[in-house]
Write a protein of this length. Sequence first.
Length: 133
Amino acid sequence: MSTLSAFLNPVKVENKEVIVSERFQEKGKTVPFTIRPVTQEENEEIIRKYRRKDKKGEETFDQIGYSHDLAASAVVFPDLNDAELQKAYGVLGAVKLLKKMLLIGEFATLAQAVKELSGLEADINDDIEEAKN
């Protein structure tokens, strides 16, 4: 018979460094982003932000906004909430900064790394549909 110790002391998923782009260099070396896993609790909060009901009561979901927010919420470094960094890119907010900083492919690399680190091996749309229902 198993005990609860496995659930009381789970293996911690560590933060991960990800090379999102070769464009971010310091002293000739590429600087990686550091990301952390996103919990299901955090995921549900993000999903709620992008779920809307129209006047007819029909539910819509902003997939793009969700994807951007999910990626931004997982970034530990660089600090996307840093006022100086936001000012340098002429934006306010972590999501807007990330969208301004990265090219399409770079964003896709980051988003995929966040999904993998957070345990989303399957298509993220499956998780969203499950959470919506």
